[in-house]
Design a protein around this ligand. Sequence first.
Ligand SMILES: [Fe+2]
Length: 174
Amino acid sequence: MGKTRELELQNLLSVAQASYLVYQVSHWKVKGDDYYGDHLLLQRLYESAQDYVDQLGERLVGLESSGAIDVGKQASGIALVVNQVVKQVGEDPMKQSMKITQELLAELQDAYKNIKSDDQMTLGLDDLVMSISNTVETNMYLLKQATAPGSRHGAKKNPGTRRNAAQIKRRLMR
Ligand SMILES: [Fe+2]
């Protein structure tokens, strides 16, 4: 029973765990003029990820069974998501963090829609997905502000060309 829900939650958990990994590694690797602000922002993000990852894992086991989580499968899922992000945006830690946040938002929406249309949504899971989405949207806001044209980040990378920064941002938003 609940195969769609199980698969969706496993997938969502992989993307959520990938976000934790990307934020934390980015926290370690970020450098430059904006180093300290970005370093602290990324710490805030991986701490929030630790929380929603834990909630998702516990909910997956609670709604399905402990057999629904296999550590090897999770590791493969995380690697797949992370490799995709690196392939799409390269090695820049802030770009990777933006991208994984977009992926997670898309996955939250996808999981919500599919679980609901398969009539496997519970009131509690509905609330959990909403509340995690709220957190991740806030994280996206923080990342956008940190990398926007006019921020020290944007200004430094694109001296005098606000248009360039806007183009880069549009590219990231795809
Ligand atoms: Fe640290």
